[in-house]
Design a protein around this ligand. Structure first.
Ligand SMILES: Nc1ncnc2c1ncn2[C@@H]1O[C@H](COP(=O)(O)OP(=O)(O)OP(=O)(O)O)[C@@H](O)[C@H]1O
Ligand SMILES: [Mg+2]
Length: 215
């Protein structure tokens, strides 16, 4: 087995922060660039349901839906995306951090989400592999309403915690439509979907090179 080119864990202990939205959209964009495995670690199986709705005419995404699976020795792909559940146990989290190069954390800009995420990010910092910088971590602001107070609060929250903001995804029904159709944003022709694509270009760049927009 050869090593996969790039493995990404999408994680936040807060339910509904956008992990599956981020995982499925990222999977569909990466499927235009190489082979993709989308591994659903969540017993709710939302990513797998999305993958099963995906039209056969679009680039194929392989799915794994065994949340307990040991991921050492899984089939090699150019890209592997792990969609984590909200309550990933500490031991499993440590194991998963050993399997990836990139960690993406979606955070919604609400006070409740930021509070919950702060605790989770502090716990993450206690994990050795993470502290050693072996995993590159970036935050995705999700469900942001443009120029809202919440957006400014989240920006300050990230500065305070010294965390890199990779991209800002807006609160938009195009994400819901894409989810329903087993699609990614790039598969929709709506202008609202096209408006979001520069943010996805930032995410792809960070995943592939570690570079942040504007650096
Ligand atoms: N940017 C967005 N704009 C509009 N709706 C969104 C956006 N991101 C996520 N949603 C919606 O919010 C809900 C929660 O998103 P999602 O399922 O991706 O979160 P999650 O972190 O995977 O949740 P869970 O912790 O239950 O696994 C879904 O209905 C999704 O369609
Ligand atoms: Mg989910």
């Amino acid at each position: 087995m050869t090593n996969p080119q790039c493995r990404v864990l999408v994680l936040n202990s807060k339910g509904g922060s956008g992990k599956t939205t981020l995982s499925t959209n990222l999977a569909s964009l990466l499927a235009l660039r190489g082979s993709v495995l989308l591994a659903d670690l969540d017993p709710q199986r939302s990513s797998v349901s999305w993958g099963n709705r995906r039209p056969a005419s679009l680039p194929k995404i392989d799915l794994i839906d065994d949340p307990e699976r040991d991921f050492r020795g899984y089939p090699a792909r150019d890209y592997v995306i792990f969609d984590a559940p909200a309550g990933l146990k500490r031991g499993r989290l440590e194991d998963m951090l050993g399997e990836v190069e990139v960690l993406l954390v979606p955070i919604a800009p609400s006070p409740f989400d930021m509070d919950a995420s702060r605790e989770f990010l502090q716990r993450l910092d206690e994990i050795k592999r993470f502290r050693k910088g072996k995993v590159r971590m970036g935050v995705i602001a999700n469900r942001v309403k443009a120029r809202s107070q919440a957006e400014r609060l989240l920006a300050q929250f990230l500065v305070d915690l010294d965390l890199p903001l990779v991209a800002t995804l807006h609160d938009s029904q195009v994400y819901v439509r894409a989810a329903l159709g087993g699609l990614g944003l790039a598969d929709l022709r709506a202008p609202e979907a096209r408006k979001e694509l520069p943010q996805w270009a930032r995410i792809l760049r960070f995943v592939q090179t570690g570079e942040l927009y504007g650096t």
